[in-house]
Design a protein. Structure first.
Lengths: 391, 319
């Protein structure tokens, strides 16, 4: 047992090293892009990206605020990935949750105090769950590919929300939803007193705690419960799971429901922040939903990893915002993140090599076969010479 | 009757890009590589093609149809180039194919905006739309068929049908097609009879890249007069059309036109007398294509014909 935990530690370490390497590659290519665009300001630009989120406490607060929704959609995508489903529908689930939260926040002002906020969160979670339920049911019962069902649900959700906003909570002057009641916004918990610079406070609020708690909860469910184990088993092999007596249809539905709930919660957290943000009536899909995909991938679908990757992406974005004073378009950040993700795909291979080396060492020390680590399966790397393991 | 003509002409503008891109995706997935990067490749293709048109229009007075054909070639070349990064990750590095696809989807719009702002200081790239063909000589004068298919059209429409015909023949009637399909169904078996699986998969991804690049350009030209780093989610819709079409050219054609027609009704209902009188709100109409697709799928998906080895990296050593 002791040996196993040591091995797992090493696996976590090699994961971390691999991610770090991918991030360095991304930053290097981002720097090259900056150099090509404007050699004079490239270095200060890169510095702004790297330090922008930490330049003052207000910026750090903004990072935490921006991280909240993408951590939640990242958890949504990552959770579905763990169970073998690709939830590309986080965008629709997100916006539906956001709408329900805003609707209650504007119309149900009879609910007193922070209870209103909690009601909004709960309702948004349910709405998101409902939006995930439908693709789940279609997949489980009618064998509809979840990717296509989710894409359709994204558009249906977007148009439905546009329609319903105009019907119920429309600010026709600004072409967006009405502001919610003051007590529908997340409590600041004194964080606005810490994360501020001078007179301007940041938008950070209790939402970030919700996101972190959600991450821990997802971790607990996936890793520590029988229910989560069953869902994961479905993800590895649907047939094997069925053979083991797991109701895999129920598993599909549940994992889409939970993924939807997380995205819906993310929608509520973005708009119930007292940051003056309202849902705009536009024919574009909510970007936070799609940003959940890179966040999940960067966090290797691990709930705790996703919390950090969400923070990292938000941190880079804040840096990109600061970098604009040097005349660079903030899209450099997306370029960097995409390169990081691309190299993260390679890093799975790298991790496989690191793991093999570690295994070999352990093998030499103990002269007995190691138990297979129960993390994600090692990346298949046939081109690499077999390191003499499993003799 | 003029309403019908109008509807058919409009449907072409929506369906043809979906058709081209979904057929591209078909080649990639039939070879065993999931290509979720279609959206990103479309954006890169549209970006390079439109930029090429923009530059050429301001420098040379080229015949518009020739310029369009050259732009199509540029878009295809850039599409192939971008798709190769996906192929390298998916085939050589045996990476999770969703990851590199997502990376490209994220990279493309960011790069298009960044590059456009660097080159032109604004992110939109305008172009003069003189590619529309009011009426094809001779063919446009045929009664009924003429107005349906040969008026108010673009060269790219016929390109789309040509791609369909070539794809169907290539996939089912050639040695290449048989080998490609074998690599997507059972790569080990294909390898055992001497087919180079890696090469076939590279070819599949390259074709998907070329067609997605062209599809991006084909989408932008009839529907806009500038390119704003977006193809409005058509890459994802093409993915949906591909799955809806069960990875088969004839069904993809049907799926693309079903979706295109729904989309046309949704965007042009005010021009259709009896629909305009119903007084249903705009947003409800816009939902129709997506709801209809879901309903059709719910009834037709029982037997999915997805390529069996799709998304699984080929490993020579595995059993």
């Amino acid at each position: 047992m002791k040996q196993k935990s040591r091995l797992l530690e090493k696996e976590g370490f090699s994961n971390f090293m691999a991610s770090l390497l991918a991030i360095l590659c991304g930053l290097a290519i981002g720097f090259v892009v900056l150099l090509v665009a404007d050699p004079v300001h490239a270095f200060p630009g890169l510095l702004a990206i790297l330090t922008g989120g930490l330049s003052d406490l207000r910026n750090l607060g903004q990072v935490l605020y921006a991280a909240t929704p993408i951590i939640l959609t990242g958890l949504s995508v990552g959770f579905a990935n763990k169970t073998g489903l690709f939830n590309i529908g986080a965008s629709g689930q997100f916006i539906v949750g956001a709408y329900v939260a805003v609707l209650i926040g504007v119309r149900c002002t009879f609910i007193p105090g922070p209870l209103l906020w909690l009601t909004c969160l709960l309702a948004a979670t349910l709405a998101g769950a409902l939006w995930g339920l439908l693709p789940g049911v279609l997949k489980a019962l009618c064998n509809v590919n979840e990717v296509i069902a989710c894409i359709m649900m994204n558009y249906i959700g977007m148009y439905a929300v546009n329609f319903l906003i105009q019907l119920t909570v429309f600010d026709s002057l600004k072409n967006q939803s009405l502001p919610v009641a003051e007590n529908a916004n997340a409590p600041k918990l004194g964080m606005d007193l810490i994360f501020r610079s001078g007179m301007t406070a940041s938008s950070v609020n209790a939402g970030i705690l919700i996101a972190v708690l959600a991450g821990i909860a997802v971790y607990y469910v996936i890793e520590k419960t029988k229910f989560g184990y069953e869902l994961k088993a479905c993800g590895y092999s649907r047939d094997a799971a069925r053979y083991a007596g797991i109701n895999e249809k129920r598993g599909i539905i549940w994992s889409m429901v939970i993924a939807g709930a997380l995205s819906g919660l993310g929608g509520a957290c973005l708009y119930l922040a007292g940051a003056g943000k309202s849902i705009e009536v536009l024919d574009t899909l909510a970007a936070e939903g799609f940003n959940g995909i890179p966040v999940a991938l960067l966090g290797l679908n691990h709930p705790i990893g996703i919390i950090f990757s969400g923070l990292f992406v938000a941190y880079l974005n804040q840096g990109g915002f600061n970098m604009q004073i040097y005349g660079f378009a903030p899209q450099v950040i997306d370029i960097i993140i995409s390169v990081v993700i691309y190299f993260a795909a390679f890093s799975l291979l790298l991790r496989g090599i690191v793991e093999r080396v570690v295994k070999k060492k352990a093998h030499a020390q103990t002269a007995q076969t190691e138990p297979a680590p129960d993390g994600p399966p090692p990346a298949p790397g046939a081109d690499q010479p077999k390191g003499g393991d499993e003799t | 009757m003029s309403t019908v003509y109008f509807l058919v002409q409009q449907t072409m503008f929506f369906s043809i890009p979906l058709l081209i891109v979904a057929l591209g995706g078909m080649f990639s997935e039939r070879s065993g590589v999931i290509n979720i990067a279609l959206e990103g490749i479309m954006i890169m293709g549209a970006f390079s093609g439109i930029l090429f048109i923009n530059v050429m229009q301001s420098m040379f007075g080229m015949p518009p149809q020739l310029l369009l054909l050259l732009a199509v070639l540029v878009a295809a070349a850039v599409g192939v180039l971008v798709s190769m990064t996906h192929a390298y990750a998916a085939i050589n590095m045996k990476a999770d194919q969703v990851i590199s696809g997502t990376a490209i989807n994220m990279f493309a719009p960011a790069f298009a905006i960044f590059a456009a702002r660097m080159i032109r200081s604004v992110q939109q790239i305008p172009f003069r739309n003189d590619f529309r063909i009011a009426s094809v000589p001779l063919l446009g004068d045929i009664p009924v068929l003429g107005p349906l298919l040969f008026r108010n059209t673009y060269l790219t429409t016929y390109l789309g049908f040509a791609v369909l015909a070539v794809s169907a023949v290539a996939l089912y009637k050639t040695r290449f097609g048989l080998r490609l399909r074998a690599c997507g169904e059972h790569p080990q078996a294909a390898d055992s009879v001497g087919v180079n699986v890696y090469k076939m998969r590279y070819t599949g991804v390259a074709i998907s890249g070329a067609l997605a690049g062209v599809g991006g350009l084909v989408f932008v030209i009839p529907t806009s007069t500038n390119f704003n780093a977006s193809v409005a989610g058509y890459g994802f819709l093409a993915l949906a059309v591909l799955i809806f079409g069960q990875w088969q050219p004839s069904r993809i054609l049907f799926a693309a036109f079903f979706f295109g027609l729904m989309k046309t009704i949704a965007s042009a209902y005010s021009g259709i007398p009896f629909l305009a009188e119903l007084g249903i709100p705009n947003d409800i109409y816009k939902m129709i294509p997506y709801v209809a697709t879901l309903i059709v799928l719910a009834f037709t998906s029982k037997n999915s014909m997805a390529p069996r080895a799709e998304g699984i990296p080929y490993d020579k050593g595995s059993r």
